[in-house]
Ligand binder design. Structure first.
Ligand SMILES: Nc1ncnc2c1ncn2[C@@H]1O[C@H](COP(=O)(O)OP(=O)(O)OP(=O)(O)O)[C@@H](O)[C@H]1O
Ligand SMILES: [Mg+2]
Length: 287
């Protein structure tokens, strides 16, 4: 069979549907062979179908961010394969995977360049995975396109294309980061508690914006949240992680009917212990 044929077979899921993402037997170990050795991902398996919007929850240190890092190629896993749209990207650098992935981090500073203007930031984002130069990425037509993307934010940033991003507020900056992460229609959108560092009102605005874009573009999304209520309210599939493993995975109608108590029971049954991190239980979903 030729490679193209292999690719298709490789991307076929259990039900014959094509998976956007397949993680197979992923193990990630930090500080291997030292007293600080930690298995952040422990033989983890995950298949994600097109259009799935997965909320990921779990205590501090459960492995949530490591999971997104392994998907994005920030570092390779010690074992296992990462397949995106049928392509085995396990050995691809973060840069080579960029054409598949849009990502927003917890810290607005990570996703945007402080010493670049809004239009330069957006031009960079629009070049993701391409070889064009920045100069060619900013022309009148593209400026109109950038403005059209900024108008729905309702922050007036479309009139400030030449403003340095470093002078903007965290909320404005994170709104631009969300826009940049989604403007090239990524195959996968990765969100890591991307509203956690914002005040409640700004968090709400940025979250509504994210939600609007995910629904409009039907983006396949993995969103980490530190709040059970939010994990239940948003998305169409929910994953709970514990000690580097996925211990709860619920989708469809079961997810929409799920209550916090069910989730706590599911955790305690799967983990064989009480939920120690009360913050994921008690904090309200403000969004
Ligand atoms: N770069 C690193 N070097 C060493 N250890 C790491 C590194 N990154 C993560 N770890 C460890 O791996 C484990 C999983 O960390 P991770 O950041 O994935 O957890 P998390 O679920 O995102 O937690 P949080 O809710 O606190 O963000 C933790 O024990 C952490 O200390
Ligand atoms: Mg984390």
């Amino acid at each position: 069979m030729d490679t193209a044929g292999d690719k298709v077979v490789g991307s076929l899921g259990m039900h014959g549907t094509e998976n956007i993402l397949e993680l197979t037997d992923i193990t990630k170990i930090f500080s291997m062979g030292t007293v600080d050795e930690v298995t952040a991902l422990d033989n983890l398996n995950l298949k994600v179908k097109p259009g799935e919007y997965i909320t990921i929850i779990g205590s501090n240190g459960a492995g949530k961010t490591t999971l997104l890092n392994v998907v994005a190629g920030t570092y390779p896993p010690e074992r296992g394969r990462v397949i995106i749209q049928g392509d085995d990207v396990t050995n691809f650098s973060e840069y080579r995977r960029a054409k598949y992935i849009g990502r927003v981090h917890q810290d607005p500073k990570v996703g945007t360049g402080a010493n670049l203007t809004i239009e330069e930031n957006m031009a960079f984002a629009s070049l993701r995975g391409q070889r064009r130069t920045l100069r060619r990425a900013i022309n009148e037509k593209r400026k109109r396109y950038f403005r059209d993307l900024l108008i729905p934010l309702g922050l007036g940033l479309e009139e400030r294309l030449r403003t340095m991003v470093g002078t903007l507020s965290s909320g404005q900056r994170q709104s631009i980061a969300v826009t940049m992460a989604t403007m090239t229609e990524p195959v996968l959108l990765l969100l890591d508690e991307h509203t956690a560092n914002l005040d409640p009102k700004t968090a709400q605005t940025v979250f509504d914006l994210t939600e609007m874009i995910i629904q409009r573009e039907k983006l396949t999304t993995l969103m980490i949240t530190h709040n059970m209520e939010c994990a239940l309210r948003y998305g169409n599939r929910l994953i709970m992680m514990h000690r580097g493993k996925i211990i709860v995975d619920i989708d469809g109608e079961r997810k929409s009917k799920l209550k916090i108590n069910d989730l706590v029971s599911a955790f305690e049954q799967a983990a064989g212990e009480k939920l120690a991190d009360e913050s994921i239980l008690l904090s309200r979903c403000e969004m």
